[in-house]
Design a protein around this ligand. Sequence first.
Ligand code: FAD
Length: 402
Amino acid sequence: MVDMRLTDEQLELQSLVREYSREVLKPIVAECDRKSQSDPAGCFPLDALKAASKLGLRTLGLPKELGGRDIDTLTHCILLEEVMAVDPGFAATFHQVWRLAQHIGREGTEEQKKKFLIPFAEDDTCLISIGQTEPESGTDNTFPYRGVDGGIKLSAVKQGGEWVLNGTKHFVACASLARIFIVLGRTDPHAPAPDGATQFLMWGDTPGFRIGRTHDKLGGALLMNAELILENVRVPESDILMGVNEGFSDKARHYGRGAPMVATFGLGTARGAYEAALSYARETSRRGKPLIQNDAIAMRLADMLMLIEATRSAIWRAAWAVDNREYYLQRDSAIASYFSTVCARSVCENAMQIFGKDGYTRKFPAEKFLRDALMTNHINNTVDVRLLKIGRSLAGELVSSL
Ligand SMILES: Cc1cc2nc3c(=O)[nH]c(=O)nc-3n(C[C@H](O)[C@H](O)[C@H](O)COP(=O)(O)OP(=O)(O)OC[C@H]3O[C@@H](n4cnc5c(N)ncnc54)[C@H](O)[C@@H]3O)c2cc1C
């Protein structure tokens, strides 16, 4: 049986997140984006994050006993779409805290939950980051490489009851603002990275840990990607998340939850651009009639809507399957995340066209959505790697378990 009705809780949260996004975020994001062009590290609207915390939105991924809702994958996607449709960079901040608080809540020890999640819940600007990518290893971590010469290099060496970490991460989402970090270190340099990496939990004020430059990106400005620099950072054994060398295990990869969530980046971005173009086409007249009454414009909008609806179906199906594991197929998730990027690029470009010359200016949101859409080419897996995973699965090869 296929039942596409949302639950009462999903509907309640969807309406709360939609209202927050439209009332709190929408009025400020264009200005923040402009500011990011001269000050990428200083453009984040902290007051908007505080407002989200007040509504309980920042902590939706926390376990219920810590005041969260422990939202499932489908709910994550439904809610994320609402924020993405307003600002993909800020929305991705929610994606990070929801999934990472949930990750610590589900996989962490009681001591780790006390040490990290209780302060996280109490501090209304506290964010969590995960540092995996390094200057010389990105795809190696998402399209696993079995050679010992590839994968992450940040070294983690055991000394007594502590691990000493040295190395650099980059492009880490929310890093400029986050207080809690999960850092992947190479604990066994003689094993391929998928079998020799470990997740370490740490606070941002741990001695030897610092944030480097904030990346000056084309889009997604409010995601605040930055470098992490670790110089002789000492982490107690008790702050290892899961076990030693389990940094890329199935549970470390959230049992495949990430792909449909990340696919929602493209869906929400496309929806934001589509809604802006639809309003413009209804409100702007040429030759005495609204633009939308020209068939060429109406057909362009129809094409955009069709892609959005198809993408949402693919994502919800993949998300539902992740939540109902007996139906899970990695290929469905790869299809959803590849297709959502195709959708975002096409819809955002069409939106710019509907705005005409105005779309090519910063006065209207179309150009920003197109810049934000290009972010989806790189998040988690690159768009090419998603297609590769689909292709390899057709060739009968299991690329990774997730
Ligand atoms: C907005 C944004 C947010 C991000 N957030 C985070 C974060 O929070 N934490 C984090 O750790 N990282 C983050 N990243 C980094 C992201 O995970 C990497 O960009 C991604 O994994 C790809 O790695 P790379 O960019 O280093 O590409 P590379 O691995 O250098 O690849 C370069 C090109 O070669 C292709 N390629 C590489 N290897 C292969 C192969 N074996 N087969 C076929 N093609 C291949 C790739 O598809 C790509 O086109 C973020 C990046 C962006 C842009």
